[in-house]
Design a protein around this ligand. Structure first.
Ligand code: ZN
Ligand code: ZN
Length: 68
């Protein structure tokens, strides 16, 4: 998960300042457009990932989403 400096406008809605970059495609996303997912690695380590709505549903990007 990569935090933006807030200068970029959200690439998804184009209306609000971004807060984070999508871990899939690298787009800047605002608070409303980002989605969070937790990736566990089996050893107790969990990574927080931030995704745009598109990558959230893309099994190639987010195999842990549970989406078909
Ligand atoms: Zn947005
Ligand atoms: Zn994305």
């Amino acid at each position: 998960m990569q935090i933006t400096d807030g200068k970029e406008i959200c690439a998804n809605c184009g209306a609000k300042p971004s807060v984070v970059y999508c871990d899939g495609c690298g787009k800047a996303l605002c608070r409303d457009c980002r989605g969070f997912d937790l990736w566990g690695y089996g050893c107790g380590h969990v990574d927080t990932k931030a995704f745009c709505p598109r990558c959230m549903k893309d099994p190639a990007v987010n195999p842990y989403s549970g989406a078909e």
